[in-house]
Design a protein around this ligand. Structure first.
Ligand code: HEM
Length: 439
């Protein structure tokens, strides 16, 4: 439909033009299919709005001090009108937001939507993901119960392992040598003001860049896509109605979860009594699991640093062709991704078991210093394995660079997911390996 025809039929001129400042006038019919994006970016926005609205209600009751924090949460749960529900919605939205934003990032990657002109948005997205994690992390402590107190203790101890700046960073974040009143104030200010403002600014930029790139990446013509046609259709009502439907279903889902599963609240924080096991929040458990296998210098600094550099660089590599638009790029890309996922699903647990039962805490060569036997050597072995995988799979499938980089990405993501699942469900007292029903 031509834009002039649309304007002719436009009964909601003012509202429409307001909406169309943020969204494209026409969208490709092919991109309307739900499975193209699963609406994950929009869902992240809805979850963020739910966080802001429930957070705004909670600040009327919450008191940011070690003496009053836990009591004020109890008050919220027991005395405040709809307090239990509001806290539940806040808790579940926060956890879902992290999961949904990660899935959105995977969608963007696996449809190759991070190439120019969307490169900058990939980097902005990484910034958003970082801020969402900081938001979750700083909010975690505020309940001031045993779970949150010790989870944050574990995480800030991890920070301390960073060479050079680690100790200083730890002191700045904690506002002193250990978790105390200054930490609660720091986390409260970051959680309720600084991070939300940064998120709003970055999100606005993110959405503007989506608009600048002409909307989401368009599926390339395959036989299947050709049937859907290459027509453009007006954003209003086609995509708008779909977005509203997804948003409403998500809100209903979070409400139901919050009604049936109360946000956890353990015993009040007791700095003298560490629970066993003491685990980081689930989104940092993968890192905590790495700490069990590698020297801290490698687990919390070198490996994450290499991963962050790689994830940033991935958008700026020189690729063979522009294959963006379809899930897994090509049918070959899909097969390679399946091989990569299976390899990670088999090798990561094998590595964990080998390290746990055959090698032990001393390291691969007990005669050398721990930083070598537990850090340099296993990390070199890992790096050699990853490079070998890249070369082998590329040769075996006679694949393009795009498909091979994608396979490598899948290998690492599935590997890290296995680490996280192991840390959450298969670690018991003393962080020993156990079955989930024994934790
Ligand atoms: C609070 C977090 C985020 C919000 C609210 C958000 C929102 C959105 C929305 C609404 C879109 C339009 C298409 C869609 O729904 O998929 C989008 C596209 C995009 N996002 Fe995000 N996003 C977030 C995080 C991220 C992250 C973590 C990344 C990657 C590191 C990312 C990278 C991108 C890119 C490259 C596009 C363009 C994709 C395309 O054209 O197909 N975003 N985002």
């Amino acid at each position: 439909m031509a834009i002039a025809d649309m304007q002719e039929n436009n009964k909601w001129g003012f509202v429409n033009s307001l909406i169309l400042h943020t969204r494209p006038v026409l969208v490709p019919a092919k991109a309307l299919r739900f499975t193209h994006t699963f609406g994950l970016g929009g869902m992240s926005l809805v979850l963020f709005l739910m966080l802001i609205s429930t957070g705004l209600l909670m600040i009327f009751v919450y008191e940011p001090s070690p003496e009053r924090a836990y009591e004020s949460i109890l008050f919220m749960q027991q005395e405040m009108l709809f307090g239990r529900l509001i806290r539940g919605v806040h808790y579940w939205s926060a956890n879902l937001l992290i999961a949904v934003a990660v899935l959105h990032m995977l969608r963007v990657f696996l449809t190759g939507a991070f190439h120019a002109p969307r490169r900058a948005n990939w980097i902005i997205g990484l910034g958003l993901l970082f801020l969402i994690m900081v938001s979750g992390f700083t909010g975690y402590l505020l309940a001031w119960d045993q779970i949150s107190y010790w989870a944050i203790t574990i995480c800030t101890e991890m920070l301390g392992y960073m060479p050079g700046i680690g100790q200083t960073l730890q002191r700045v974040i904690l506002g002193g040598a250990e978790i105390g009143p200054a930490t609660v104030i720091n986390f409260y200010a970051l959680h309720t003001i600084v991070v939300p403002l940064l998120l709003v600014a970055l999100m606005t930029w993110h959405f503007w860049r989506v608009r600048l790139a002409g909307g989401v990446v368009v599926p390339r013509d395959t036989e299947e896509n050709a049937q859907a046609g290459t027509d453009y259709v007006p954003y209003i009502p086609n995509l708008l109605l779909r977005e509203i439907a997804v948003g409403l279903m998500l809100i209903a889902f979070v409400l139901v979860i919050a009604i049936f599963f109360e946000a956890p609240l353990g015993e009040p924080a007791n700095p003298g009594l560490s629970p066993n096991p003491a685990k980081a929040p689930w989104y940092f458990v993968g890192l905590q699991e790495l700490l069990l296998h590698f020297h801290p210098l490698f687990a919390v600094f070198i490996i994450p640093l290499v991963v962050v550099i790689a994830v940033v660089r991935v958008a700026y590599l020189r690729y063979d062709a522009d294959l963006s638009g379809n899930w897994f790029l090509t049918p070959k890309g899909r097969r390679m991704a399946a091989v990569a996922a299976t390899t990670a699903l088999l090798l990561t647990p094998l590595w964990i078991l080998l390290d746990e039962y055959a090698v032990g805490p001393v390291g691969w060569f007990s005669s050398t210093a721990p930083v070598i036997s537990n850090g340099l050597l296993p990390c070199t072995a890992l790096a050699v394995g990853v490079v070998a995988f890249y070369m082998l799979i590329r040769k075996q499938f006679n694949a393009s660079k795009n498909e091979t980089v994608q396979a490598l990405f899948v290998l690492l993501v599935v590997g890290f997911t296995v680490l996280t699942v192991t840390g959450v469900w298969f670690r018991g007292a003393g962080m020993a390996l156990v079955w989930p029903w024994q934790t």
